[in-house]
Design a protein. Structure first.
Length: 139
């Protein structure tokens, strides 16, 4: 129980710190909300196409999208690389590096898929791989 509370406090700290940075910024915030299969069934909130918060049945995650780019195609397909962290409600937490693609389905709607190498730091260090698939609507 103590670990879950500390993870929740850490996640809230990231959220409030990010929101504080936006409060001091003059440009309007880009907001996207959607669903994903990441921490099992999850809700996704993305701010400014850079900060992604995921809360799901199995746990929570935060990704900072560090670099984005476009593929040289006529399709609206882009790629991204990020760095983040994750935590499960019961056990397990660690770092991850999401490598993904976005596809613009229609005006405002995007689908994305990603794979992420994961470093589980709960009870030792263990490397793994995860994946996510989701859809978001940009306001």
């Amino acid at each position: 129980m103590k670990v879950v509370v500390s993870k929740l406090v850490l996640g809230c700290g990231f959220l409030f710190t990010s929101l504080g940075v936006y409060a001091n910024n003059d440009k309007p915030m880009d907001l996207a909300v959607g669903l994903a299969v990441d921490q099992q069934l999850s809700v996704v909130v993305e701010l400014d196409n850079q900060y992604r918060f995921i809360i799901g049945n199995q746990g929570a995650a935060f990704d900072y999208i560090a670099k984005r780019g476009q593929f040289d195609t006529e399709e609206p397909l882009s790629w991204y690389v990020g760095i983040g962290g994750w935590g499960e409600w019961d056990d397990g937490f660690g770092a991850r590096v999401p490598l993904g693609v976005n596809y613009q389905v229609s005006d405002g709607w995007q689908v994305y898929g990603q794979v992420q190498p994961e470093l589980d730091m709960h009870k030792g260090w263990e490397l793994g791989i995860g994946a996510a698939l989701g859809a978001t609507y940009h306001f």
